[in-house]
Write a protein that binds this ligand. Structure first.
Ligand code: 13P
Ligand code: ZN
Length: 273
């Protein structure tokens, strides 16, 4: 029997992860095992689930994360493919609970699937979000082709240079990714340094952070919203590249046009960042 049986709310959240995993594969952002997702499912965990014994663990997180006490997460499995997760999320991911010491986790799931190698970044970010009282419960790491391509140029690694260009491609990017794209210079995948740099950048008021020559890390209330933010940003990058391929530099919306959007939609940041 699956732990999702008779738990429709938990199943619905994990089904959303599976739906997004399918989109990531279709978009070409999830080669092999590329990318990972974690969602905080604590609010959907009942006493019966809480009383179940672990099927694996405890394993060290590598860090003590005090705000994760009593928290539960669904995580993509390390080495697992998004396209497989889309079909069968409980065979390609697992539910974990954080132990009392806030430094270990145990697997309480259908199968002992070890969580993503980027768990340090994901859990550290969830810890940060809870400490801040944020309603965000989902984090997504993926490899969107055009956004990653931009990071191979110093020009777009300057703080907010890519944000300004992407916002100016189409009004929706400004409206639906209103905090823009934060920048983290290249660091070793799955390292604690990368986790710390990601939190520092999110704390500078970004929902989507670019990991140089690697991918993006996005947070939002649920996984669909996190995906949407990356999707609108990558669409803007595609429009920029399409114009360049047609042989000209895209004009971009004017400062006045973007300011008007900020006023009408009540957006949180100025266009000059
Ligand atoms: P995992 O398979 O461990 O989730 O790693 C994929 C990835 O994209 C690492 O950055
Ligand atoms: Zn990656």
């Amino acid at each position: 029997m699956s732990i999702l049986t008779d738990r429709p709310a938990l199943r619905a959240e994990i089904d959303k992860v599976a739906e997004v995993a399918g989109y990531l594969w279709q978009k070409g952002w999830a080669e092999r095992n590329g990318g990972n997702i974690t969602i905080n499912v604590t609010e959907h965990v009942d006493d019966t689930l809480r009383s179940l014994p672990a099927i694996a663990g405890p394993f060290p997180i590598g860090k003590q994360l005090p705000h994760l006490q009593g928290c539960w997460f669904y995580c993509k499995g390390t080495g697992r493919r998004m396209r497989d997760l889309a079909r069968d999320p409980m065979a390609n991911g697992s539910v974990i609970r954080i132990t009392e010491d806030c430094a270990h986790y145990e697997i309480v799931a259908d199968e002992p699937v070890m969580p993503t190698s980027e768990l340090p970044s994901h859990l550290a970010v969830h810890d940060y979000l809870l400490a801040k009282g944020s309603p965000y419960r989902a984090s997504l790491h993926t490899h969107p082709i055009e956004l990653v391509a931009l990071t191979h140029s110093r020009k777009w690694m300057v703080k907010d240079a890519a944000t300004r260009m992407l916002w100016s491609m189409i009004p929706e990017t400004r409206a639906f990714c209103p905090r823009g794209l934060g920048i983290v210079p290249y660091m070793l995948p799955s390292s604690v340094e990368l986790a710390e740099a990601t939190i520092k950048t999110i704390d500078e008021d970004y929902d989507v952070v670019m990991w140089e020559k690697h991918g993006v890390f996005a947070v939002d209330t649920d996984i669909m919203d996190a995906f949407d933010q990356v999707d609108v940003l990558n669409k803007a990058a595609q429009i920029y590249i399409s114009a360049k391929n047609m042989g000209f530099d895209p004009e971009g919306m004017t400062e006045a046009q973007m300011r008007e959007l900020s006023e009408v939609f009540g957006l949180p940041k100025s266009t000059s960042c």
